[in-house]
Ligand binder design. Structure first.
Ligand code: AMP
Ligand code: ZN
Length: 462
């Protein structure tokens, strides 16, 4: 079956038909590096990682670009507020972002450009829009996109054309739908911008946020590419404006499929810096939750459903994961000639679910049903070494998509705890159960569960 994805532009499920057969070119809006990203942002990046991994699993070559927004209203405001050079600030948060995504097992993209590396190309793009009559200059040296020059404006966000306040202007990078009007392509330098201005034929200034993604996407992916992603808050104004600029600059369709993931919410509200209800990855890890449980939590709800964040959910995720890891361990122990039960791995069910707009719950459901059957067969000693080996291979295959089972599996225990496990084994051999139990308690307070198996003591996150 072919992969069907829900296109925000048409509001329909559409089959992915790559422009170049066998290759998918996609652009995913990256972080604005003015602060540490929160786990709400990470939900969107994990959805994009799931899409990327599934495309790779299906055998496509993937060329993915994720930009770093290192110049916009927020980054400049923060740099000036903190009296810190902009490049210093953005470099710091870019590194933090790279660390966070790698801690969540989000794969690196083929390209990760920074907006400040592309300002001359943005200036060229704005020149084209001026020449074609889609933009106009203001006396102070800014350039605005004229939304009335592009009749399809509002298609992505479903704007009512009556709502458009043509001829009126909005300078901010982000604003609400009811403020839809001409938006800034180039912002003339203001005193509050400090030193952060670049040259242009219209005087010093800086590009608008939307222009950045129009230029960086097509630079790497060509004027017409397959998929453009982001969170739902990117639909308007960011992606609406990107489409308007790009189509008017080059008169090509720009991106074929527009995918948007729903928000991570807290008590019914979007997790966001401005509401002060966010957790960074660091915050959550510090409370002894594992990165793989956080990844599982953010991954396991369908991307178009809101996901309410709770720590209880992270604990449930850890349990689900532990069950799959337990399965790996039990399957690895199977040896000799046990009965052949002939159990089939659920490749088809997993692929059918994911082909249907990345229905992750369906895919996980199929995996867990199969795992339950495997546990039963293992308990009854009805699984041959060959079937166990094939089942392990299937788990490895599914984990190429999920990135949670084998990731961090071999995580090292801190030295002091590793020594304590040895001490507990000695206590058990000496039948000093009191000491053994006390050590188990110590582990529990550190969020780790010890389990005694016939082949020795194993540990896992509680
Ligand atoms: P920003 O750094 O604000 O540009 O956001 C980076 C990405 O995170 C964008 O694709 C946003 O749509 C997405 N995002 C922001 N807040 C949330 C949230 N609470 N849940 C899911 N995605 C979000
Ligand atoms: Zn963008």
């Amino acid at each position: 079956m072919s992969l069907k994805l829900r296109n925000t532009l048409t509001r329909r499920l559409e089959a992915l038909q790559p422009i170049t057969p066998g290759e998918v070119r996609m652009y995913t809006c990256g972080p604005t590096v003015y602060d540490t990203a929160h786990i709400g942002n990470m939900r969107t990046f994990i959805f994009e990682d799931l899409l990327r991994r599934y495309l790779l699993y299906k055998g496509f070559k993937v060329i993915q670009v994720m930009n770093i927004t290192d110049v916009d209203d927020r980054t400049i405001e923060r740099a000036i507020g903190e009296k810190r050079p902009l490049a210093d600030l953005t470099e710091h948060y870019t590194q933090r972002f790279r660390e966070d995504i790698s801690r969540l097992n989000i794969q690196s993209t083929e390209y990760m450009p920074r907006a400040t590396e592309f300002i001359p190309q943005m200036v060229e793009g704005i020149k084209v829009l001026l020449e074609k009559g889609h933009a106009y200059k203001t006396p102070e040296g800014s350039v605005f996109f004229d939304v009335s020059s592009y009749p399809a404006y509002g298609q992505l966000a479903h704007l009512d054309p009556q709502q458009l306040r043509t001829g009126e202007r909005v300078v901010d990078d982000n604003y609400e739908k009811d403020e839809a009007r001409d938006f800034a392509l180039w912002k003339a330098r203001k005193p509050s911008d400090g030193d952060y201005a670049w040259p242009s034929p219209w005087g010093e200034g800086r590009p608008g946020w939307h222009m950045e993604c129009s230029i960086m996407s097509t630079h790497y992916l060509g004027d017409h590419f397959d998929i453009h992603c982001g969170g739902v808050d990117n639909i308007f104004p960011h992606h609406e404006n990107e489409i308007a600029q790009s189509r008017c600059m080059r008169e090509t369709p720009f991106a074929n499929l527009w995918l948007h993931s729903e928000h991570l919410i807290v008590d019914g509200q979007k997790m966001s810096k401005s509401l002060g209800n966010c957790h960074t990855l660091e915050d959550v890890l510090r409370q002894n939750y594992s990165p793989e449980a956080i990844r599982y939590t953010l991954l396991s709800t369908h991307y178009r459903q809101k996901l309410n964040f709770t720590f209880a959910k992270v604990q449930e995720s850890q349990k689900a994961l532990n069950r799959l890891r337990e399965l790996v361990r039990r399957l690895e122990e199977v040896e000799g000639t046990q009965e052949e039960a002939g159990i089939q791995a659920p490749d088809k069910a997993v692929e059918d679910a994911l082909d249907n707009d990345l229905n992750i719950s369906g895919a996980l459901g199929a995996i867990f049903n199969w795992a339950r059957e495997l546990f039963n067969l293992l308990d009854e000693h009805k699984l041959s070494a060959r079937s166990a080996g094939e089942s392990l291979q299937a788990l490895q295959r599914y984990d190429q998509i999920l990135g949670v089972i084998y990731f961090n599996l071999e995580a090292e225990l801190p030295d002091d705890l590793a020594a304590l496990i040895r001490e507990r084994e000695e206590a058990r051999q000496a039948q000093d159960w009191k000491r053994a139990d006390a050590i188990r308690e110590t582990f529990l307070t550190r969020g780790i569960l010890l389990e005694d198996t016939p082949t020795g003591t194993i540990w896992k996150k509680a």
